[in-house]
Design a protein around this ligand. Structure first.
Ligand code: GLT
Ligand code: MN
Ligand code: MN
Length: 390
């Protein structure tokens, strides 16, 4: 393995306890790997070179743990963090596994369930902050329906808004420097999940009482499940200063939630994503929310985790190469060329500009017949990726 692709702290590569700790259970089959304790996972991540570890409350502390068990787990976990130097940049709440959440958490019809979801989340925020988290993710896997007969989507939206407003105020009240990051997914485990895309989340955030505290955590696979272009959603979030976190993985379009190793399926999309994040200078965690194939033992899980980070770093190098490739840059210059002939109309509106623009004449036929070299540009991109351009 070449040294220049070894992960470093500044790459901010993180994994959830639930990712490398995934035991391979699926709806059709039992676990194929033994369970690792949270502290064992931290040592595992230290060995493969990750920067940080994220968790749901119950990845770390089982939902039915006694106070003594909780204290012991926390002690072991903190020791593992200190021994490895790993940090905890993000935490979240498990609001989907326990049967209590079968009809949702913040959007459940039963007010007792909604109250319990808030109770559980406040405790989980305390735990996350105690361990250093500065980003708090909300993935509402159960916040949806199988039938719209069961719930009015307007009620669901109102309940979700009230819950997030309450929790923002809780964070402020506690003096927590937490940012919330909302993660969209179109379906699975619910038939339909509310606010199914990152774009929907971005619009919803503006209806909250503290929109400045709330951003998004887009996940590659989730936007792809919806058949969408992930990069475009990431770009919109970035443009709005809302890219607080990102979940990297991969997915074949049209499939169930596969959570494959980053770059495993749609390499060109992964390339343009990495190029975007690096070009704009995204400074947050690069979190791999993925898990190894069910065929793997823990050696295979290490290959999986190393593969996620290595692919990112290779694509980062390819992005730099793309940015410096003379032919690619010449084509871009040609595409973006501006002869200054529209300067008089550009920029902020004035009545004079509008008048001048309305009376200008355009050679529509010439504009429409101009060829654009995007085939060549894309082929050159592929050749950069395939390693045949030096
Ligand atoms: C779950 C889900 C992920 C979310 C995690 C955070 S849990 O694994 O599939 O996309 O990011 O709750
Ligand atoms: Mn997923
Ligand atoms: Mn995710």
């Amino acid at each position: 393995m070449s040294d220049r692709f070894l992960p470093k702290a500044e790459d901010r590569f993180t994994f959830g306890l639930w990712t490398v700790g995934n035991v391979g259970r699926d709806p059709f089959g039992a676990a194929v790997r033994p369970l690792m304790t949270p502290s064992e996972i931290v040592y595992f991540l230290g060995e493969v070179g990750a920067y940080g570890v994220n968790f749901h409350d119950n990845d770390l502390i089982p939902i039915d743990a006694t106070p003594a068990e909780k204290a012991q787990i926390l002690k072991d976990f903190k020791k593992a963090l200190a021994d490895t130097g790993l940090v905890v940049p993000m935490a979240t709440t498990n609001l989907f596994y326990d049967p209590v959440f079968k009809d949702g958490a913040f959007t459940a019809n039963d007010p007792q369930v909604r109250a319990y979801a808030l109770h559980k989340t406040m405790h989980a925020m305390d735990l996350g902050v105690e361990l250093g988290a500065s980003v708090y993710v909300f993935w509402g896997g159960r916040e949806g329906v199988e039938t719209d007969a069961s719930k009015n989507p307007l009620d669901a939206g109102k309940r979700l808004r009230e819950a997030l407003n309450f929790l923002c105020d809780y964070a402020i009240d506690q003096g927590y420097k937490l940012k919330f990051a909302l993660e969209a997914k179109p379906n699975e485990p619910r038939g339909d999940i509310y606010l199914a895309t990152t774009g929907a989340m971005l619009a919803f955030i503006e209806t909250l009482e503290h929109p400045e505290m709330v951003g998004v955590n887009p996940e590659v696979a989730h936007e792809q499940m919806a058949g969408l272009n992930f990069l475009h959603h990431v770009a919109q979030a970035w443009d709005m200063d809302k890219l607080f976190h990102i979940d990297l993985n991969d997915q074949a379009f049209g499939r169930y939630d596969q959570d494959y190793r980053f770059g495993a399926t749609n390499l060109k999309s992964a390339f343009f994503l990495v190029k975007f994040l690096e070009d704009v200078g995204y400074g947050g965690s690069r979190h791999f929310d993925a898990h190894a194939y069910r065929t793997e033992d823990y050696e295979g899980v290490k290959n999986f985790a190393r593969g996620c980070m290595r692919t990112y770093l290779i694509l980062k190098e390819k992005a730099a190469q793309w940015n410096q490739d003379e032919e690619i840059q010449a084509l871009l210059q040609e595409v973006l060329a501006d002869d200054g002939s529209t300067d008089a109309f550009k920029g902020v509106y004035t009545p004079q500009k509008a008048l001048a623009l309305k009376s200008a004449s355009f050679d529509r036929a010439a504009l429409g017949s101009r060829g654009l070299p995007y085939e060549r540009l894309d082929q050159l991109t592929l050749e950069v990726l395939l390693g045949v351009r030096c």
